[in-house]
Structure formats: structure tokens, C-alpha cells
Design a protein around this ligand. Structure first.
Ligand SMILES: CC(C)[C@H](C(=O)O)[C@@H](O)C(=O)O
Ligand code: SF4
Length: 418
């Protein structure tokens, strides 16, 4: 069996097979200020009390602080629910983006089953958990019963090997994979990432890659925990390694398909408007004019992303025609970046630092684009109108490319500035 089948089998109490429908208990149910209110509405039609307040996490990140009367109303509904149901795992004061805050707060462990009313809940596969997004109504039923149903997914093994050059980040690897397989290429399947590049990858890069599993349609992205992951989880949960349920694939595990990706000599990868699989080498679009640059999101707002940007932006000024927005993914990352001098360097370079949260990522809060404007961004989606006007457009890349582009005012290969 592969990792996902083993996790689901343990929960189901028998050996599961792909295609089978199972009903299993959930270890954590996550939602945010955007999806909790519709979940609350549904929940209140069917139940009075949540099954277990300790296994529910609610985060405010999508529109924080509230930017419209509508989002203020949404947040009020959430606050009342949190109080009424005594949900102690609430992070509603600007702690950061759900997919960063949940692992930071020690709520993720290998082998757990985590669901969230947000499509990028697949991020926690980076820590060896089975985690997936679901709709708000499904989440309401989890709140009521503590269980949900899944069809056991088929798995695709994605082996990543080779030598990484210094301009390449985990973001390029996942963009390359999505470009190859397509936005629907892994629909309802497990994307299991492995190979020496993954084995040696840090927690943050792993989160970037699993985060984008949904952009190829995957039910979940998953990786075997390595030493860095185990250390991170032990630190965050105050548990010993021996207390964790570390699940690994069998040597003869069965996959529907096996793919191999060699990253040697890879150029920075760019997803061009308006699809995440519209991926090309940077050399094909270098020099494209841009208006806005954005570093942040649940994909690439972590310390390593800010460090990469800092290396390029320190003692530099951004181009006059560009606005550069930087959003650390969490308050903790914001503080670390401050202590390391990154934030001061970003401000001196001319960047606007926004509070941790989703911000401009989905065009709802700050940094909205007008007609015809172009943004290069470290986020995960570039759908039509994602960041504002339907006639605006978004290119996706790693944070080194965004930083280099902010200096030059056009899409720029960081290689030219390093
Ligand atoms: C608002 C929310 C439901 C949505 C998601 O599920 O992904 C958002 O986070 C996004 O990135 O588009
Ligand atoms: S940062 Fe963007 S992709 Fe991530 S949860 Fe927020 S809106 Fe969704």
C-alpha cells in the first residue's frame, strides 16, 4: 500500500482499495472567515452542538481586517459561533493564513486525517497527513458527526530527482509538474511526491509543493516525512518522534501511474495567464511588462520565500512603475523576517508590507488589479479575473523571479541579478 491507503485503512479499520467508498473519523476540521459562515448556516439546521470543539480550528485570513460590511458581518457570525461552541483553536486576530497557522500551532501530525473548507487544505500532506479540501456543507456535517466519506483515491507516484540550480525553488518543480500533467491531470487522485529532491527538501518547500496539488485536480498531495518534518512536528506538538504515526509507502506499493521529473538545468518556470498549467520557461516571456509584484500566500509567503526575495532586494530600489506587495504568511514569519532585517530592507526598497493573510491572492482584499493590469505573483492561481478586473492578468512564479522583476519593471530571470 501507499501512504494514503495506509492512513485511510487505519481509520476505516480494514484494508481499503482505490475506488471504495469509506466513512471515517476526522482528526481536524478547519475553516476560515470565508467558508465558516455558510458552514454555520447549514450546521445550525441539523445540530446544536459540534461533535468535538477541540478538533475544530477556525482562522480569519481571507479578509482580515474586514474590508467590506459583508466581511465584517461574516466575521461577527464566526465570533459568535466560536463563543457558543467553545472552539478554543481559533486564530482570528491576524495570526496569518490558515495553511500556515494550522501547522505552526501544532495541529498537524503525520498519519492524521484533516479536512478543511478550503481547496488548499492539501498543504498538510507535506507533513505526511492525509488532508483535503471540501465544501462548507460537507464541513458542517463533519462538525455535526465527526465523520465524513471519501472514495479511496488512485495514486500517482511523482519522483523528482536531479540537481537544483540556485535560481530554482520548489515552486518551479510543482509548476513544471502541473504544466506537464495539466490542471485536470490528477483529478481525484493522490499525488505522492518522492525522490531525492523531495527527501532532502525542507518543510517550507514541501508545503509549497503539496499546496499546489489541487491545481492539477488532486484529492491530496502527500510526502513521506523526513527528519526536518519530524523535528518541526515534535517542536510544534511537544511530542516525541516515537509518539507520532509516521506512515511510509511499501516498497511494492501500487500506483495507477508513475512519473519522473528531472530538475537538472531547469529554468525558472512561469504559469502564464489564465491557467496554472500554461507553464513555460522564463526565457520565453522575459521582458513582459508588469504593474504589480506580489510575494505572499499559502504557497510562498514563508520565511525561505522572504529570504530569497531579500537576497535580491537588499540595497536595491524597485522600479518606479511597479508596486511591490509583500505579505508574510503568518505573524510568526513576519516577526522572524523583522528580526532578520528583511522587512526593513523591503521597506527601503520601496515595497508595501501588508498584514499576514490572503490579501490580494484572490482579488478580495488589497492589491486589486484594474483593467489591463498585469501582476507577477508567488500565489497559486492565475484564473481570469483572479486578482481583480476580468481583463487583468497574473503570472505565477517563485519569489526570486518576483523580486528581480520588481527591480527591473518587467519579468526578469533572477539569474541576471544574482
Ligand atoms: C475562498 C476559498 C473557498 C478559496 C479556496 O477554497 O481555495 C480560496 O482560498 C482560494 O484560494 O480560491
Ligand atoms: S492565500 Fe490564496 S490560495 Fe491560499 S487560502 Fe488564501 S486565498 Fe486561498
Amino acid at each position: 500500500m501507499n501512504i494514503t491507503e495506509k492512513i485511510l485503512s487505519k481509520k476505516a479499520g480494514h484494508e481499503v482499495t482505490p475506488g471504495e467508498i469509506i466513512e471515517i473519523p476526522v482528526d481536524l476540521a478547519m475553516s476560515h472567515d470565508g467558508t465558516s459562515p455558510p458552514a454555520i448556516k447549514t450546521f445550525e439546521k441539523v445540530a446544536d452542538k459540534v461533535w468535538n470543539p477541540e478538533k475544530i480550528a477556525i482562522i480569519f485570513d481571507h479578509n482580515v481586517p474586514a474590508n467590506t460590511i459583508g466581511s465584517a458581518e461574516f466575521q461577527k457570525v464566526c465570533r459568535e459561533f466560536i463563543k457558543k461552541q467553545k472552539i478554543s483553536k481559533n486564530y482570528i486576530h491576524g495570526e496569518g493564513i490558515c495553511h500556515q497557522v494550522v501547522p505552526e500551532m501544532g495541529l498537524v501530525e503525520p498519519g492524521k486525517v484533516i479536512v478543511g473548507a478550503d481547496s488548499h487544505t492539501c498543504t498538510y500532506g507535506a507533513f505526511g497527513a492525509f488532508s483535503t479540501g471540501m465544501g462548507a456543507t460537507d464541513l458542517a456535517m463533519v462538525w455535526a458527526t465527526g465523520k465524513t466519506w471519501f472514495m479511496v483515491p488512485q495514486a500517482i507516484k511523482m519522483e523528482v530527482t536531479g540537481e537544483l540550480n540556485p535560481y530554482i525553488a520548489p515552486k518551479d518543480i510543482i509548476l513544471n509538474i502541473i504544466g506537464e500533467i495539466g490542471i485536470a491531470g490528477a483529478t481525484y487522485k493522490t499525488a505522492e511526491f518522492c525522490g531525492d529532491i523531495i527527501e532532502n527538501m525542507g518543510v517550507e518547500g514541501r508545503a509549497t509543493m503539496c499546496n499546489m496539488a489541487i491545481e492539477m485536480g488532486a484529492k491530496n498531495g502527500i510526502m513521506e516525512p523526513n527528519k526536518e518534518v519530524i523535528d518541526y512536528i515534535c517542536k510544534r506538538t511537544s511530542k516525541k518522534e516515537s509518539e507520532l504515526n509516521i506512515v511510509k509507502s511499501d516498497k511494492d506499493a501500487v500506483y495507477e501511474k508513475e512519473m519522473h521529473f528531472d530538475v537538472t538545468d531547469m529554468e525558472p518556470q512561469i504559469a502564464c495567464p489564465n491557467d496554472v498549467d500554461n507553464v513555460c520557461d522564463i526565457s520565453k516571456i522575459e521582458g513582459t511588462a508588469i504593474d504589480q509584484c506580489l510575494i505572499g500566500s499559502c504557497t510562498n509567503g514563508r520565511l525561505s520565500d522572504l529570504k530569497d526575495a531579500y537576497e535580491i532586494l537588499k540595497d536595491q530600489k524597485i522600479n518606479d512603475n511597479i508596486r511591490l506587495l509583500i505579505l508574510p504568511a503568518s505573524r510568526e514569519i513576519y516577526k522572524q523576517a523583522m528580526n532578520l532585517g528583511y522587512i526593513e530592507a523591503f521597506i527601503d526598497a520601496g515595497a508595501i508590507i501588508c498584514n499576514p493573510g490572503c490579501g490580494p491572492c484572490l482579488g478580495g482584499h488589497m492589491g486589486v488589479l484594474s483593467e489591463g493590469e498585469v501582476c507577477i505573483s508567488t500565489t497559486n492561481r492565475n484564473f481570469k479575473g483572479r486578482m481583480g478586473d476580468p481583463k487583468s492578468s497574473v503570472y505565477l512564479s517563485n519569489s526570486k523571479v518576483v523580486a528581480a522583476s520588481a527591480i527591473e519593471g518587467v519579468i526578469t530571470n533572477p539569474k541576471d541579478l544574482m
